[in-house]
Design a protein around this ligand. Structure first.
Ligand SMILES: [Zn+2]
Ligand SMILES: [Zn+2]
Length: 338
């Protein structure tokens, strides 16, 4: 995981995803069970300012067409809730790096479907895993993943919705554990005219930690972010998945844990949410929602969001706590511009 020369990067165009507001924009992944607007209700119920959803059953290839009325209802609910950002996460079946041509074609078509659904729902970004190499040499698989993602973006040129390549834990032959791999993918995609502004990156704290990157102490976090900047470019970082890790640093095993309760720990998250280079980038939880009895409750998300807010308040107190307590219903700029 050595840093390489930063490539020429296109000018940042999606700055609306960021904010100069002192306290971090926090939210969580929520289920669409019962309808798309239910995810917004769950976001409001838990105090989210941003939201991630699946727009489909992620364990199946086939997907029923989106009902336009549902899409309108979802957009209205998002506006009404004052959510600052909504992103989607793609199906886990999608593997744009697949050596098998049939699977790769299905994966590209799957990404196109994800982008179309996101667009209809007013969602600017689809988080996508870069896929798995299988038996292919890594450099070949990285190039295939990039070309597959580029093909999906090129097939949807009329859409504003784009793809955020997610950093991964590197489980099995999964690509994207090394920042340099994602940097190489971006370079290949950026080389196709018109695509650069529709591809960015989502950093998952659990994944980068499991992949071997250190998040504490401060000097180690600084070094990790410097490497991210050199390989990928911090200007391409649009969203962060805030998850603690059940497994050790470098384990390459992806198991999310409640904030501060795992191997990453409170101190690393405190440094992370207060890092000046990450200011304004929304943090979205994908932490377990089950209580000690195994029941899904809103309490887990609320507790994790409260933990992050407290950590952010610990060093960014001035002006932030008052804002954090304001009603989320005050009008905000709609996301339809990106
Ligand atoms: Zn994630
Ligand atoms: Zn994960």
């Amino acid at each position: 995981m050595t840093a390489k020369q930063p490539a020429q990067r296109p000018a940042k165009r999606r700055s609306a995803a960021r904010t100069t507001r002192p306290h971090p924009v926090l939210g969580a992944h929520q289920s669409i069970a019962g309808g798309f607007t239910k995810a917004v209700e769950r976001a409001v119920e838990t105090g989210c300012e941003c939201l991630q959803v699946f727009t489909r059953n992620i364990n199946r290839w086939d997907v029923a067409p989106l009902d336009p009325a549902d899409a309108v209802a979802f957009r209205m609910a998002v506006l009404d809730a004052g959510l600052r950002l909504v992103i989607a996460h793609d199906s886990y079946l999608i593997n744009p790096a697949a050596a098998d041509e049939t699977l790769r074609r299905k994966s590209i078509a799957g990404l196109v479907t994800e982008l179309e659904r996101a667009e209809a729902l007013g969602i600017p970004w689809v988080v996508a895993h870069p896929g798995a190499a299988g038996d292919q040499p890594i450099d070949v698989a990285v190039a295939r993943a990039a070309d597959g993602i580029a093909a999906a973006l090129a097939a949807t040129k009329a859409l504003a919705a784009g793809i955020l390549i997610e950093t991964t834990a590197g489980q099995g032959s999964c690509l994207g554990a090394a920042f340099a791999e994602i940097g190489t993918m971006l370079e290949r995609i950026d080389a196709v005219p018109g695509l650069a502004s529709r591809v960015g990156v989502c950093l998952d704290t659990c994944h980068v930690f499991a992949a071997g990157y250190a998040l504490a102490p401060q000097t180690a976090l600084d070094a990790t972010l410097r490497e991210f900047d050199a390989c990928i470019g911090l200007d391409r970082l649009v969203a962060i998945h805030a998850n603690d890790s059940k497994k050790d640093r470098g384990s390459r095993v992806d198991r999310h844990e409640a904030i501060g309760k795992g191997k990453i720990g409170r101190e690393a998250f405190r440094l992370f949410v207060n890092h000046p280079r990450l200011r304004g980038i929304p943090l979205i939880l994908e932490t377990p929602k089950e209580n000690a009895q195994g029941m899904m409750t809103p309490a887990q998300d609320r507790a994790n969001l409260a933990a992050l807010r407290r950590m952010a308040g610990a060093t960014a107190r001035a002006g932030s706590t008052a804002r954090a307590g304001r009603s989320p219903r005050r009008p905000r700029r709609p996301r339809s511009d990106v």
